[in-house]
Design a protein around this ligand. Sequence first.
Ligand code: PMP
Length: 446
Amino acid sequence: MNIVNNNTDIRSNQPLDAYWMPFTANRQFKQSPRMLVSAKGMHYRSDDGRSILDGTAGLWCCNAGHGYEEITNAVARQLSELDYAPSFQMGHPIAFDFAERLKSVAPEGFNHVFFTGSGSESVDTALKMALAYHRARGDASRTRLIGRERGYHGVGFGGISVGGIVNNRRHFGSLLTGVDHLPHTHAPEHNSFSKGQPEWGAHLADDLERIVALHGAETIAAVIVEPVAGSTGVLIPPKGYLERLRTICDRHGILLIFDEVITGFGRLGAPFASDFFGVKPDLFTTAKGLTNGVIPMGAVFAQDAIYEAFMGGPAETIELFHGYTYSGHPVACAAGLATLDIYEKHKLLTRGSEISNAWEDRIHTLKSAKHVKDIRTVGVIAGIELNSREDAPGKRAYEVFVKCFEAGLLIRVTGDIIALSPPLIVEEGMIDEMVETLGQVLSETA
Ligand code: PMP
């Protein structure tokens, strides 16, 4: 069955209904499907043979770009040597190698890595670790979890409960109880057209004191935030905000979790957001760039003190009743190790710091483009917010997304916000191309 090369085959002969697509208007998509069939470097190729500039590193995950032979070979080698091994009470060397190697890129003190299969699993793992950590220390009353409005933490029940996106929550009942939310940090009236961290809004972190006063610190296990919220339209923490969250958490014995699923592995120009912002959480989640997106995998990094709190009981006890069939999957570990080699060889975990000035300057030239309401940039990320159509919020950005794809540029939209996060190998000429295409498409959009 060939569904890739011939447009007509796909659209007329190939029934598309069997694949229930994620986060997709299935019926709309299947009227005019967009298919990507191959990828190399900074470009995808579409089923009708066009080259598409990857403005989003896939879904914020292919940080080194596409099509590395080194990864292909490492995966093939691992598949032929050991395709799978049980992950409970058993091990295989490559998972230990990968965890050890990850320690060398992680911020100091994060010497323990728990492998998962995705960002959502990493989030639920970190939340469960936080709850179990307090219990392990005899503090079982700390059961409350605090997220943030407009937070995205994947789609597990833990993640949608602490997350702050109404559509991800409203269809699924009452979710986890004992969850509260900080206010989001989006403040266009103070911080419009910001480059890097906006000036206004550090005090928004103080809302955690209000939550502590309301519920009692002794009931709160952890606060989870994305250092930069990506999926809800690129919300960058105001200067001093994360520091203040850290201080308040410390004051009250509350754990701080950073969800680094998109910020991890070089997106901000430093290996992790905690390096970039200079604030250390107790736990942080990753996925996506961990394997350059090529094999599903996630990981939670824990500070020594967290890990050690679990290690006090008799040696034969299972310290954390949690894990996945695919935790530390050997093939994913092989992809991850090869990915780290590529990141190191091309210095990609810090390359963003070299290109972010050019990136931010060029993106901000779109300030005067038609429909543009706000632009926010940091590292190699941009959020371009459009004025919404009053009759149909989100429709304008979706139209821009479709037209950009037709014009050979892959962008991502959420509501009326365009998010850009190209692979970290992006060159200045390609940034110009993105800006030009976007400007042109915006000018042609009603
Ligand atoms: N957390 C954050 C911050 C994310 O951006 C995402 C995915 N966009 C997730 C969690 C969920 O990751 P996954 O889709 O791999 O489950």
